[in-house]
Ligand binder design. Structure first.
Ligand SMILES: C[S@@+](CC[C@H](N)C(=O)[O-])C[C@H]1O[C@@H](n2cnc3c(N)ncnc32)[C@H](O)[C@@H]1O
Length: 286
């Protein structure tokens, strides 16, 4: 298996810069790996654990994992086609492809066609953001790059083999994804962030997850703790998060915040929370 596989999309809340801090605090040994809010999968792809379960609420994103698993060559061909057409007339081409989800029947198109659009837009839109308007149409502007590189062949092929042989992929709510998690498994939750005060003014942030989602997740964490699972959660360092997890270990880490219009707020504190004593996480415990 290729050692340095990389995420294939840029995703808001991506954990690339926290991977080292997270790995320092992971259990030393565990059975299955669960990531119910996988997003771009920075940690999941870095770990390459041999029995992994991933999930996300976003159907387009989960479909992209399935497409890479099942149709890597067809996907790369479709992506190369987008790259070539993009170069001929970048801005027009971007907006033409962006508008496809407004057409009737778009979501009945085949997996390769839909995933190629999804990845092409992710690589040529502003900041790699994924955002849809109230009608569910993708509405991020063009990043103005004349050329776009949408994939790395070795990476896609390595991801495909890994996903095929070692990973179960689900599209649903986080709670359903961990229903079979049991003693000795490791569950990493990277949920939508609890909002900071400064985010209230950020119109990019509809926060459908909300306080109710954070509470529902905290209840599930307690249930998984009772089952004997190792659980880790990352989030912003807010009063709500500190209250919900006050009985667990909470470590503060500094991060550069990427998507924030106010430069004073670009350095923030996040928390890494875990329900175990690191010293006691070798295989003798399960
Ligand atoms: C902070 S992002 C995860 C980032 C990811 N760890 C990475 O490195 O790219 C949170 C993810 O949770 C997903 N999500 C939101 N609500 C959800 C729910 N109820 N169940 C499962 N996933 C959900 C979003 O689609 C998003 O991909």
């Amino acid at each position: 298996m290729k050692n340095n596989m990389q995420p294939f999309v840029k995703w808001a809340g991506g954990k690339r810069q926290l991977v080292t801090e997270i790995k320092k605090r992971m259990p030393k040994d565990f059975n299955k790996y669960y990531e119910p809010f996988v997003g771009g999968g920075a940690l999941f792809i870095d770990l390459k654990h041999d029995k992994s379960i991933i999930n996300d609420f976003s159907k387009e994103l989960v479909d992209a994992y399935l497409c890479i698993r099942d149709f890597p060559r067809e996907l790369m061909e479709a992506l190369s086609n987008h790259e070539a057409k993009h170069e001929l007339n970048p801005k027009d081409y971007y907006y033409r492809i962006r508008a496809l989800d407004r057409e009737e029947g778009w979501y009945e198109k085949d997996l390769v066609t839909r995933t190629a659009r999804f990845i092409y837009l992710n690589k040529s839109c502003f900041n790699g953001l994924y955002r849809v308007n109230k009608k569910g149409y993708f509405n991020v502007p063009f990043n103005s790059k004349l050329r776009v590189k949408t994939y790395d062949e070795d990476n896609i092929l390595a991801l495909s083999v890994y996903l095929k042989n070692h990973v179960n992929i689900y599209n649903g709510d986080f709670s359903a994804a961990v229903k079979d998690a049991s003693k000795g498994d490791f569950v990493f939750f990277d949920p939508p962030y609890d909002l900071l005060k400064s985010d209230t003014f950020d119109s990019y942030n509809p926060d459908a997850f909300g306080v109710a989602g954070q509470r529902r997740l905290a209840d599930l964490v307690m249930e998984l703790t009772e089952r004997g699972c190792y659980v880790m959660i990352t989030n912003h360092n807010t009063p709500l998060i500190n209250e919900l997890y006050k009985d667990l270990n909470i470590d503060l880490v500094n991060v550069k915040r990427m998507i924030n219009s106010d430069s004073k707020n670009r350095n923030g504190q996040e928390v890494i929370i875990y329900n175990y004593d690191l010293e006691e996480t070798d295989e003798t415990n399960f």
